[in-house]
Design a protein around this ligand. Structure first.
Ligand SMILES: [Zn+2]
Length: 183
C-alpha cells in the first residue's frame, strides 16, 4: 500500500482539482497504526507534503492538535463512533447550496445517488465545535456522508478512495438536484 501521507497528498490534489474545496479549505484524515493522520491547520490541500500531515491521538485531545486541522475534533469523534478508516471533509458548492435551500435530509434524485447514498443527513454545528463533532458522528453511524448546513460535507470510507467516491457522489447528486430545481 502507498505511504499513508502520500495517500493523503494524492486525495488532497483530487479534491481541489475536482472543485470540491478551494485549496485552503477542507481536510483529510485516515487511521494508521492506531493514530489519526490528518492535514495540518492552514495547509493547502493540493500541496500536502509530509510536513503538512500531523499525527494525533485517537483517544482524545493531545498537544499535536494545535498543529492539526481545526476540524480534528470532528474527525476524532467520527473514528470513535463509526467504522470509518478515512474521512474527507470538503466545501462542495452544490452540497452546501442544497443544505441552505433544503431542510434535510437531502434525497438524491439520480438513480446511482439514491441507491448508493440513500438519504444524506443535514446536520448543524459551528466549525470545529464539539456540537458539530457530536452531530456529524451520530449521522455517520448510519450513513456514508452528511452535509453540515451552510458549510460542507463529511464523507467516510474504509479507505480514502472509498471516502472520495462518496464525497464525489454527494456533490454529483446535489448538482443534479439543483439542475432539476432550476429547470
Ligand atoms: Zn470546513
Amino acid at each position: 500500500m502507498m505511504d499513508p501521507k502520500n495517500e493523503i497528498s494524492k486525495f488532497g490534489r483530487k479534491v481541489v482539482s475536482q472543485g470540491l474545496a478551494y485549496a485552503h479549505f477542507g481536510n483529510i484524515s485516515l487511521l494508521s497504526e492506531g493514530k489519526i493522520l490528518i492535514t495540518s491547520t492552514g495547509s493547502m490541500l493540493d500541496e500536502i507534503g509530509h510536513d503538512q500531515v500531523i499525527e494525533v491521538s485517537r483517544e482524545g485531545p493531545c498537544p499535536e492538535d494545535a498543529l492539526a486541522s481545526c476540524e480534528t475534533v470532528v474527525h476524532r469523534a467520527i473514528y470513535e463512533r463509526t467504522k470509518a478508516g478515512a474521512v474527507i471533509h470538503t466545501h462542495s458548492p452544490y452540497a452546501v447550496a442544497t443544505s441552505i435551500l433544503e431542510e434535510g435530509p437531502f434525497e438524491p434524485m439520480d438513480g446511482e445517488g439514491s441507491k448508493f447514498l440513500g438519504a444524506v443527513p443535514i446536520v448543524e454545528g459551528e466549525m470545529g465545535s464539539l456540537s458539530l463533532a457530536k452531530h456529524a458522528s451520530s449521522a455517520l453511524k448510519e450513513h456514508r456522508a452528511c452535509i453540515v448546513r451552510g458549510h460542507g460535507v463529511f464523507a467516510i470510507g474504509a479507505t480514502l478512495e472509498e471516502a472520495y467516491i462518496v464525497v464525489c457522489m454527494v456533490e454529483h447528486s446535489a448538482m443534479i438536484r439543483r439542475l432539476v430545481s432550476a429547470g
